[in-house]
Design a protein around this ligand. Structure first.
Ligand code: LRH
Ligand code: MN
Ligand code: MN
Length: 431
């Protein structure tokens, strides 16, 4: 397998940290053993964890006010794959990439697939984009895409989604995520029910083009760019649409797409209960769709989401496997560092949720022992599982400390030389 960072460098890095890791691991193993938990099982579980990396997250993001490009940003989808390869090499937790079309310009799917395979990467859900106009496009999405009053606009948006399926199929993806910014900025701008009817008509055409083994993920978002009434604003609308479309359609929960204080873990529980939890876009936020690094603002919420996932997995077994993806915008950090540490934070929540003694929790709940129930979760959340995650990485051939290893590799500086900014590149857009 082709590695972007010299594997000898990773081995040297790990050798320096090995003794301390073993001491921390033994100490944590002792704590867990007293609770009746086997650290080796947890480490093996951590090694199975995977979350997909968004191709668009490898470039520096921005806001609608400005974008401040970073050093050596990837200039095309092949360079994005190089960065994704680094992230997976150092974490062994991100073996798949989620592409976004047409941000990712793919003309030769066979070459892209081959390159990804050489890095040990695959492709997760592909994402369509009908929330922006592209150069040379016949119809504008200014007043909506899948919900547009214009049949020609809707047809163009449907056609783009079908092209995404075709590209994804050639690359080995098995899911399409559809997020539309469609909606109204003013009361009266459109008929609320009529817009959803048109959305469903368009989505039926997209659904009809899905290969047999594909899933269609509907991603809801409360607001922005439509500030009065977003057509797919909430999980209820998403659920109703997924149900109307059929079994291949499921709901995707982007953690940033809710009002502050929304009980997202309850949404997760509801969607899981009714078989419609398709997947996640992980990120964190304080206000709304901030797209900050996972676990950076509210790690307890992330843990509680994984606690619901652990409950669903216990009930449903292997049949329950929602898709995990990161969806973040890195405006002031090195995207590779943010994506590596975010993958580890999501993995942390996964392992913390595995610490919850589910039988004991059920017993406390049934006995109405509220304090003990809450403490069962808190004890798991408070447990520092860093040594488990680091040992899982070490055993999988990744870095004990991914960010430190990455910094010492000089990869970013080397990319600064290998990828000079395109002449005349504007400061807007992340691609
Ligand atoms: C919308 C969103 C959606 C898009 C991505 C770029 O806010 O979360 O997933 O595809 O951002
Ligand atoms: Mn998203
Ligand atoms: Mn978003």
């Amino acid at each position: 397998m082709h590695t972007m960072i010299d594997s000898g460098l990773v081995a040297d890095h790990n050798a320096k940290l090995q003794a301390n890791l073993e001491a921390d691991y033994a100490a944590l193993g002792g704590v867990l053993a007293r609770r009746g938990q086997d650290i080796e099982q947890l480490t093996a579980l951590a090694q199975t964890f995977a979350v997909a990396v968004p191709s668009w997250g490898t470039g520096t993001g921005g806001t609608r006010f400005a974008r401040f490009p970073g050093l050596g940003e990837p200039r095309n989808v092949f360079e994005k794959l190089e960065d994704c390869a680094v992230i997976n090499q150092l974490t062994q937790a991100t073996p798949a990439v989620s592409l976004h079309f047409p941000w990712d310009k793919v003309s030769d799917t066979a070459a892209l697939r081959e390159t990804a395979q050489a890095y040990g990467l695959g492709f997760d859900a592909v994402n369509s984009n009908t929330f922006q106009d592209q150069a040379g496009q016949a119809q504008s999405y200014k007043y909506g895409s899948l919900t547009s009053h214009s049949a020609a606009v809707r047809a163009q948006a449907v056609e783009h989604n079908i092209e995404c399926i075709e590209l994804g199929r050639a690359l080995g993806s098995t899911a399409l995520t559809v997020w539309v910014g469609d909606g109204a900025n003013f009361p009266g701008q459109h008929n609320l029910r009529g817009a959803l009817e048109r959305y469903l008509d368009s989505m039926r055409d997209i659904y009809g083009a899905l290969p047999a083994d594909w899933q269609l993920f509907i991603e809801h978002k409360l607001f922005e760019p439509a500030f009065y009434a977003t057509t797919i604003a909430d999980w209820g609308t998403s659920f109703a649409c997924a149900s109307a479309l059929g079994p291949k359609a499921k709901c995707l929960v982007d953690l940033g797409h809710h009002a502050p204080n929304t009980n997202i873990e309850m949404i997760v529980a509801r969607l899981a209960q009714f078989g419609k939890l398709g997947g996640f876009h992980f990120n964190d936020s304080k206000y709304g769709d901030d797209d900050l690094d996972s676990g950076s603002i509210n790690p307890f919420q992330l843990f509680l989401v994984f606690n619901e996932l652990a409950d669903a997995a216990e009930r449903e077994g292997a049949a329950f496997h929602p898709a995990y993806m990161l969806d973040q915008s890195h405006n002031v950090t090195d995207p590779i560092e943010s994506l590596m540490s975010s993958a580890v934070e999501v993995q942390r929540a996964f392992i913390q949720s595995a610490l919850v003694d589910r039988a004991a929790l059920r017993h406390y709940q049934e006995a109405n022992d509220v304090h003990a129930s809450a403490q069962a979760l808190k004890q798991a959340f408070r447990t520092d599982v860093s040594a488990i995650l680091a040992m899982a990485r070490q055993r999988s051939g990744a870095a004990i400390d991914p960010v430190a290893c990455y910094r010492s590799s000089g990869y970013r500086e080397q990319r600064g030389v290998a990828r000079p900014p395109k002449a005349g590149a504007s400061s807007s857009g992340i691609v």
